[in-house]
Design a protein around this ligand. Sequence first.
Ligand SMILES: Nc1nc2c(ncn2[C@@H]2O[C@H](COP(=O)(O)OP(=O)(O)OP(=O)(O)O)[C@@H](O)[C@H]2O)c(=O)[nH]1
Ligand SMILES: [Mg+2]
Length: 333
Amino acid sequence: MKSRKFVDSVIIHVKAGYGGNGRVSFRREKYIPKGGPDGGDGGRGGHVILTCDRDTDSLIHLSFAPHQYAKNGEHGGSQRSHGRDGENLILKVPCGTEVWNIETDEIAADLVEHGDSVIIAHGGKGGLGNCHWKTSTHQTPIEHTDGEQTRALSFRLELKLVADIGLVGFPNAGKSSLLARISDAHPKIGAYPFTTLNPLIGTIVFDNYTQLRVADVPGIIKNAHKGSGLGHAFLRHIERSRCIIFVLDMAGVDMRCPWDDYVSLEKELNLYHDGITTKPSFIVANKMDLPESKDNMHEFVKQVGIEPIPVSAITGEGIELLLKRIRVFYTDR
Ligand SMILES: Nc1nc2c(ncn2[C@@H]2O[C@H](COP(=O)(O)OP(=O)(O)OP(=O)(O)O)[C@@H](O)[C@H]2O)c(=O)[nH]1
Ligand SMILES: [Mg+2]
């Protein structure tokens, strides 16, 4: 199956529609050869609107078409007819899209829930027709105003997935295997580092129908903040989650120590965003089905002073306990 590219940051250039011009016109009918002014107003230009859509999961459609223009308003007509407003241009974005104004480098909007909308470029106002200038002493006015013009604006859109839980760990620790075990997602799993290249969300459904969204992101390695591995920009998808699950390879299959991994992960998270590790977190010791994991677990507790939740994403051991702990955490708040 061909995989679709995941785009989580894009720059777009948008322009709202011009307002239509006001019209200069005079009533001309049979037996009324010199009627008064009847030029109508121009229509408003179309707005450019961003709207949050739960069925859109990436910004890729905008990366292919970064220039977007709304329609102009129609000019006013005779017989005081008002020009039609320009059609608004509605661009769908995924839930969790931040909109940054590039000129000011300020956040213009944060679209989180399905249906959230924001006008990022306002359509120009329509001009006034000459009928507005008629007075008792000014019967044939030719004054009118043109529609308001608009200019191109640039925005940076940044997608930050909205998940309840974020899985963080070294490559190969078993994050995707865990996601597949606890949620409805079917992530790619592989015995090589960086199998996961794009963030993915799975949903855990508890027997009382409570649902929690879990985000699996690519693995982080030491010095990810300096660009090692896949870097750390994808940690933006963890920023919004209410809780972090550190997934550790407790068997040390890749010849690393789980306690060093934990220290490195915390460090890399803090280097990405100071304070992100103050979020509530769980430490999950994965691969407990492998014999090396038992000794490592003892050493981990000695070194770090925290008892991780022991699981095996492969055999399913400990998964029930993990789900119970997650459920208690979320029902307590
Ligand atoms: N023995 C054992 N192997 C596991 C366990 N969990 C995952 N694995 C194996 O570890 C390898 C990596 O698993 P993934 O789930 O792809 O790991 P990941 O953390 O998502 O890795 P990246 O996507 O590369 O960051 C695969 O070969 C899995 O079969 C486990 O509990 N026990
Ligand atoms: Mg993975």
